[in-house]
Ligand binder design. Structure first.
Ligand code: ADP
Length: 166
């Protein structure tokens, strides 16, 4: 039996921001293998295709991989709990930004635990420096030609500029 702690961090990542990266980096204090699960099926109207969202996340986390820690990015379709089981994990990781996140996150974690009682959801509170960052807001700012340097990497900033033609 292996003691490797594997967690799945699901989301839309449209695109990945410094807020997501903060959660990812902090999770490596207690997780050995993190799988960032990019949702194919999402109720959100995404600006980037799933391939683009996966590729952008992969570029952001490449340097986090080392001999101790593994960070992977995978697209997933269908029920999250089924995907988590397929990855030999029993932990879903989510970030909590504000009280407004809580109601939805709590309801979703209860639903997932009904569907798969052995899978636990772990919440990490957003950091003071990144708690206000949301992919949706970053896209709104770039559309209005604002500076998004403090919210996403240079690579993601360029992808957003290209996408929104600003
Ligand atoms: P979803 O579409 O599932 O909300 P997101 O891509 O928006 O997915 O976010 C994925 C996860 O990352 C969620 O748990 C969300 O709360 C968390 N998250 C997003 N932005 C931040 C942030 N700035 N700080 C902490 N957690 C965040």
């Amino acid at each position: 039996m292996t003691n490797t702690k594997i967690a799945v961090y699901p989301g839309t990542f449209d695109p990945i921001t410094f807020g997501h990266l903060d959660i990812i980096i902090r999770s490596l204090n207690f997780v050995d293998h993190l799988i960032i699960a990019v949702a194919v099926d999402t109720s959100k109207n995404t600006s980037f295709t799933v391939e683009e969202r996966v590729e952008m996340a992969q570029a952001e986390v490449r340097l986090l991989n080392n001999s101790d820690k593994k960070v992977e990015v995978k697209a997933f379709n269908g029920l999250l709990v089924d995907f988590v089981k397929q990855q030999n994990s029993n932990v879903i990781l989510r970030g909590l930004r504000a009280i407004s996140d809580f109601e939805y996150e709590f309801q979703m974690s209860c639903m997932n635990s009904k569907l798969a009682p052995k899978i636990e959801t772990i919440f990490l509170p957003a950091s003071e420096k990144t708690h206000f960052i949301a992919s949706r807001l970053v896209k709104e700012v770039i559309r209005l030609k604002g500076d998004i340097s403090g919210f996403v990497s240079e690579n993601i900033k360029q992808k957003l500029i290209d996408k929104f033609n600003t």
